[in-house]
Design a protein around this ligand. Sequence first.
Ligand code: YH5
Length: 260
Amino acid sequence: MGILNVTPDSFSDGGAHFSLDLALSRARRMVEEGADIIDVGGESTRPGSRGVSLQQELDRVIPVISAISAEIPIPVSVDTSKPQVMRESVAAGAGLINDVTALRQPGALQAVRDLGVPVCLMHMLGEPRSMQRQPVYRDVVTEVRRFLEERVNACKSVGIAREKLLLDPGFGFGKNLQHNLTLLKNLRTIADIGLPLLVGTSRKSMIGKILDDRPVDGRLSGSLATVVMALERGAAIVRVHDVAATTDAVRVASAVLAAD
Ligand code: YH5
């Protein structure tokens, strides 16, 4: 899964506009480099960030989803927590919902049930604005697993088929470095829930911290190490910025995992 951020900071022309052409060419390139899904996100969910308004998020993502789903041959997912954005994105061609709040916003469960598309449920402790203020767990692996199982049950109770669900432990979302490392090492415990796992560690601060505060643009090799470890522990999808390098790593790791 290739990440396509459509926030003004990622597609800025200096002002508040971003270019549809630039988004389209990035999507095309990720497909050439081996992406199987393009994840379009218009709300910054980085630690400390505030949300964006409904209209602002729609204005950012809908034109991009329409353009790329009409032109490129792979599914488009939308990284959103807002039911109205989910509805309009699927109408514009999105085939998957990626919700970092695991359908906890009012109306989100019903929206996904009505739309009939697959959905990724991610664990987050707290909310983006406050989540990195000293997160505390007694047992991070057990607590993330229980949370995801509770959201699977919430989906079941509104009539979302189990076959539509993907799960994600939510690296960096209300977790410190030790929490993230423990979760990755014990990812099998989350995979054992029995649903496909999506993992997003690409360029995240856990990698920067391990590598002595390496800036974002020097985190590729570290990101690839986490991808390989996640695949070995049963991850089905990796959400990444660097598609070409990740495709090579996934192909090599998969060949080894498929050997006798
Ligand atoms: C995720 O893990 N993450 S948005 C901070 C960074 C780098 C990247 C430089 N959406 C996930 O990608 N959806 C995001 O430091 C996600 N899983 C799923 N399913 C945050 C992000 C990032 C944040």
